[in-house]
Ligand binder design. Structure first.
Ligand code: SIN
Length: 286
């Protein structure tokens, strides 16, 4: 018997977990069960948690060492944590994380997972949407799957944090972002990666950091990348979650993309985020 209750929120995945207090260390059996549930359902949600930053970090550390987020000023006193804030009177049109992406895929070893905790939620809106990239891969034709399995994709942070990137001209009102030349670096990852725990194949592209196929130009790559990204956001691959204050989400960054829906002008939204270090993506034919 499991040490917690788990309820799926939709066909694409996402499970609400109840019966656990995340402010305290978890037994080994519970951690193993959560790891298994994460690999299977992509995102786990825990409502009504009361966590200080240290407790959120301690929760995440039970699943691996924490990773620091480049380009974004961390929360004071917590180098591995960032606060995602949008003020009620924020005038800038864009919000942080408002386009589908997986976290930090521009790195050699992108993060395994992200732990996001809601400190303040809008009365209306501000949901997060994830896409299940395992389902997205499985829905492609065998011919397309076979072709993609042979390709590498170059990932880079340049469109967000490079000198000409989205965040280069000015900060969001409440978050300090340091655009820099180091964002121009490119890293190759397989277009289809193998989930290290389940062996399932994952369509490993995203709108923000996957910029071109290896040995092709951005222009040559754009039509196929655009098709794959549009395909990934089909409604049946989506997991959409309505936040309430005190909810913690833990997502598998290897098998998902996500975005913060930008529909809550006039309300404040505050989330604390930590990430768990991952390994280098690889592909092993099934
Ligand atoms: C993020 O992209 O990490 C933030 C997601 C959110 O605020 O919902």
């Amino acid at each position: 018997m499991k040490t917690f209750k788990s309820e799926l929120i939709c066909g694409a995945g996402g499970a609400e977990i109840s019966g656990l207090d995340l402010s305290k260390p978890l037994p080994e059996k519970t951690k193993a069960e959560l790891r298994h549930a994460l690999a299977e359902h992509c995102v786990l949600f825990f409502r009504d948690q009361r966590l200080e930053p240290e407790q959120q970090k301690a929760f995440a550390r039970q699943f691996g060492p924490l990773a620091e987020t480049p380009f974004i000023k961390p929360l004071e006193g917590h180098p591995e944590m960032m606060r995602v804030v949008r003020e009620a009177d924020e005038k800038k049109k864009q919000n942080f994380g408002g386009r589908l992406h997986s976290d930090m895929t521009f790195q050699e070893a992108p993060v395994l997972g992200t732990v996001l905790y809601s400190r303040e939620s809008p009365a209306v809106g501000g949901d997060t949407i994830w896409t299940n990239q395992m389902l997205a891969f499985e829905a492609l034709s065998p011919a397309m799957q076979g072709m993609l399995e042979k390709l590498n994709v170059m990932h880079s942070a340049k469109r967000s944090y490079g000198p000409q990137g989205t965040y280069a001209d000015d900060d969001l009102k409440s978050m300090r972002i340091n655009a820099s030349e180091t964002a121009l670096k490119e890293t190759a990852h397989p277009c289809v990666r193998t989930h290290p725990e389940t062996g399932r194949s994952i369509l490993f592209v995203n709108w923000v950091y996957a910029i071109r196929f290896e040995d092709m130009t951005e222009e040559e790559s754009a039509p196929l990348l655009e098709f794959l990204n549009r395909h990934s956001q089909r409604p049946e691959f989506q997991i959409r979650f309505r936040w309430t204050k005190g909810t913690l989400a833990f997502w598998d960054n290897r098998s998902t993309q996500h975005l913060a829906v930008n529909d809550y002008a006039g309300y404040r939204r505050v989330m604390d985020r930590v990430t768990i270090a991952g390994d280098k993506p690889y592909f092993t034919p099934a």
